[in-house]
Design a protein around this ligand. Structure first.
Ligand code: DGL
Length: 273
């Protein structure tokens, strides 16, 4: 296979469902020439309250599916899968796989001035301590304060982005982080970038929010450039979406996460992988 053919192969992105579209949207914005295959495991979402064993099994299947599409690089857009399963699963596949934890941790360490960083995410992500480890391996002096905010996922999917109820829940969840004087907060879940406004309002403007979707897209661009895998040949990029249940709900919420509607969604049986 020529290098140009290799560059034309798609980037594979997976998530437990729709949330990973925040990461896909950033990748598409930064790398509009890239072909993309996106898999959302909507039939088994959410992952964030599940055990390590189950999330690892699902992650392995999600990656196996993408491998079938001859992808050139894989992005685990799901924080829960990245935090809990990637370390175990990565070595099983002969391909570069990037999770969202390392880019988010890297950015947080770069941004903090007072060495006090907050992390919010699902129960699985927070329970894994992956962000804290990734941050402290970069700077052992940084203090990390982690907090699970599980209600943020359903609120976002229900479109409760700027509702009073969401603000009240955010105030209640985040008060412990306000008390510990953090200056940087990692939005460690695919859905949280959509709640930036409300989270920013609660935390105040002195706290910098780290959007791991943005940071991950930047890291993807750097990694592909380094491997000489950026697509440079002409022709419009193809973006394909696959889901593991009827696509109805996915297509309903897609606009919120991706900024536009889509119609090329294919359903598949992920348990075959
Ligand atoms: N995609 C998940 C994450 O980033 C959130 C939704 C879920 O729990 O599956 O952790």
């Amino acid at each position: 296979m020529s290098q140009d053919e290799t560059r034309n192969k798609p980037i594979g992105i997976f998530d437990s469902g729709v949330g990973g579209l925040t990461v896909a949207a950033e990748i598409m914005r930064l790398l509009p020439q890239e072909n993309i295959v996106y898999f959302g495991d909507v039939g088994r979402a959410p992952y964030g309250g599940r055990s390590k064993e189950i999330i690892t099994k699902f992650t392995r299947q999600d990656i196996s599916f993408l491998m079938e599409h001859k992808v050139k690089y894989i992005v685990a857009a799901c924080n829960s899968a990245s935090a809990v399963a990637l370390e175990t699963v990565r070595g099983e596949f002969d391909i570069g796989i990037l999770g969202v934890i390392e880019p988010g941790a890297e950015a947080a360490v770069k941004y903090t001035r007072n060495g006090r960083i907050g992390i919010i995410g699902t129960v699985a992500t927070i329970g894994s301590d992956s962000y804290a480890r990734a941050i402290q391996s970069r700077n052992g002096l940084v203090k990390v304060f982690s907090l699970a905010c599980p209600l943020f996922v359903p609120l976002t999917e229900e479109g409760y982005i700027e509702k009073e109820a969401t603000l009240l829940i955010a105030q209640d969840y985040l008060k412990t982080l306000i008390d510990v004087d953090i200056d940087t907060l990692v939005l460690g879940c695919t859905h949280y970038p959509l709640l930036k406004k409300v989270i920013g309002k609660v935390m105040g403007e002195k706290v910098r929010l780290v959007d791991s979707a943005e940071e991950t897209a930047r890291t993807v661009a750097e990694a592909l450039a380094e491997k000489d895998l950026l697509r440079i040949s002409g022709g419009e990029a193809s973006v394909k979406f696959y889901v593991s249940d009827v696509p109805d709900r996915f297509s309903q919420v897609v606009k919120q996460f991706l900024g536009r509607g889509i119609n090329n969604i294919t359903r598949l049986d992920i348990t075959r992988y």
